[in-house]
Design a protein around this ligand. Sequence first.
Ligand code: DLL
Length: 433
Amino acid sequence: MTIWDSAYECMSRDELEQLQLERLQATINRVQKNVTFYRKKFNDLGVIAEDMGSLDDLKKLPFTVKEDLRVNYPYGMFAVPLREVVRIHSVSGTTSKPIVVGYTKNDIRIWSNLVARLMTAAGVTHDDLVQIAFRYGLFTGAFGLHYGAETIGASVIPMSTGNTDKQIMIMQDYKTTALVSTPSYALALADRMAQLGIDPKSLTLKTGLFGGEPWSETMRREIENRLCLSATDNYVLSEVIGPGIAGECHCKNGMHIYEDAFIAEIINPQTGESLPPGRTGELVLTTLTKEAFPLVRYRTGDITSINDSPCECGRNLARMKKTLQRSDDMIIVKGVNVYPSQIEEALFAAAGGAAPYQIVVERKAALDTIEIVIEITDKIFSLELQKQRSFLEKVRQSISSVIGIKVTVRLVEAKSLPREDDRIIKVVDKRQL
Ligand code: DLL
């Protein structure tokens, strides 16, 4: 199996740690000089780049959290002037305002190479036809995989999401060999093929690269059996870069973290205490090469563990376990991050005040649905039927537009939603991953 960048991917741990330290010092220098948020934090602590005498010293620095990015909306965390930024993407924040991230030309070059690594590790070569069924636009997923595939020299089919019948037609006619999508969409494609009577063996699919949402080993087996391909996982986080942080090799035993570009730590999400390899906790990432949007000790909210033993594939990079759980209340619906606080804010605005609600997430025919169930209040009860309907429509539109995916809205009787300690259970996730 080919390794895209063996100089880095197979580097000895000693060499790697030396490189990480040099890059960490450069990053601390850069953010202290160019990002007011970090300058203030580090000055308050009296930290300078030279204090990073060993990688362990990173633990002296404070965490960066999503709230910091929200407060600095839109460009406050950028470390270069906008004229040096060649690309902007964004990702959901905890409120109606998204988080904005930027890339310099050099960031895009490095990003494309990192994605080329994970695609090569999954088995993609320049002979492949890669169908990208991630949504193009402000999301990082599609463009990240697109540039990575082009870097390898593969042929890219930038199909974007939806239009399942056309996706299948293209797979058949263009002879797609590699599929990029969320794992749940891969199953939706398999379902539709079964309905249309298409035998997946008649397709030319060979490799599947899936990410953007949690998925289990059972789901992997189902996708592999039903689409007749080899399915690999890769980890995406837009604030940090997008795809290209970590990806599985053919051993499918954890995602290799591109440690020359990121330092990964695991912490106890409650106490912030660092945990050793093998222990499960929240993943914290520090970027080592990014120019436009560097992050120091960014709390990802994703629960995983790190295995730093060598892998049979020859890569020396540590591996992170599949992430199936969050340390916060974020949910991922159709690959899109949704925070209950975004829904609450949109509902409050549309209802002109607080309304008791519950978010119900289900997976029907391999596709996620999200329903907002609202308890009727005196105010809603007093509306005529027509006005009640238009109220629900307003709520539906407002929430759908804030979170970026369609929701349905339903009214139920007052005090009928299930409660725990007198408080409504905000999120009921009925999906079985
Ligand atoms: O996941 C972008 C994307 C959307 C890619 C749709 C593809 C399709 P973010 O929106 O930044 O990036 O979401 C990042 O997704 O913190 C994890 O909770 C979750 N996540 C990403 N990859 C995986 C994975 C897009 N392989 C958030 N397994 C992260 C489990 C994943 N969760």
